[in-house]
Design a protein around this ligand. Sequence first.
Ligand SMILES: Nc1ncnc2c1ncn2[C@@H]1O[C@H](COP(=O)(O)OP(=O)(O)OP(=O)(O)O)[C@@H](O)[C@H]1O
Length: 354
Amino acid sequence: MLNLDFKIDRGEFSLAAQLELPSQGVTALFGRSGSGKTTLLRCIAGLEKTAQGSLSFDGETWQTERFFLPLHQRPIGYVFQEASLFPHLKVLANLTYGYRRIPKEQRKLQPEEVIKLLGIEELLGRYPDELSGGQRQRVAIGRALLTSPQLLLMDEPMASLDATSKAEILPFLEKLRDQLELPIIYVSHAIEEVTRLADHLVLLEAGKVIAEGELQDLLTDPSLPFIQTETASTVLRAVVKQPDTGDGLTELKLGNQALFISKTSVSAGQPVRVRVMARDLVLALTPPTETSLLNCLTAWVLDIQPDPNPSQALVRIEVADQILLARVSKRSVENLKLKERQLVYALIKGVALG
Ligand SMILES: Nc1ncnc2c1ncn2[C@@H]1O[C@H](COP(=O)(O)OP(=O)(O)OP(=O)(O)O)[C@@H](O)[C@H]1O
């Protein structure tokens, strides 16, 4: 558990955050530019000398009113927006810079593992200026991991990358989340990234925490801004039933219902996350029999929420104790006479893993 209680007053901007964050999985600090995400991350790292308050991590005190554990003594790794590699050192030397400075018995990860995890085998003999932005950032992540941190802090690590590099680096961040038992605090203002990566979410606005909790809960909370966006989506937790159905699909189990996705490299019994966009759902009152769509879930209507587009509505439906959002026209809500607690069949046009 990461317990923090910080206050900073900079005149025009003030931060006040009191949080108890899980010390596992990815916690995203999300909010608009200027909401205080970086400032809060820097407080955790010990980079904000003017921050008043307290901080403890897994029972170890890092800061109180009278005590301040300096940055270099906190067991953290920090990845900045722009990879700051040593220009005169090749990739391998950059990677092992921190690693060589920590005692052998404290080294939790070995260079070979990290190099493989981040797919940077081919880059080891190059200098930083011979790398693309995405490659540089992977090396910077590798360097942070090799200091064997107990907590990894990442400040918009993809902010300076183009769309292609982002798409290239996201799977590595997912691997980090899934394969290392390392808690990560991840700053971002891009909801697609947060939806892909986070388990837990802290929503900041003007230096204040306005919501905090499980990603799934916050994404579907009608009192928060997420459902009111064009990209409103949900994340469901499912389990792999059959990795290969023989015709190019993987079968997942959602409660006692089946969900099919394009075949992917997963194994039976593995928990996975799937993302579904609100606009990719179609609701029906009877089980559709003749349709090309593979995925149809039986669900219950929880409630019907307004949509920013006046012709549309957002129907929150429940499947296996999880909530899905369906963006449908208001006319359809009326035609189908949709109401709370009604049984519906949800046809899903697109499901993505991750
Ligand atoms: N060193 C500083 N001195 C004074 N004000 C600062 C300093 N650093 C940041 N600020 C201000 O504090 C506020 C919060 O900044 P912060 O960088 O934490 O926001 P952010 O949510 O991370 O934004 P972004 O997404 O743009 O990085 C902003 O108004 C910013 O201008």
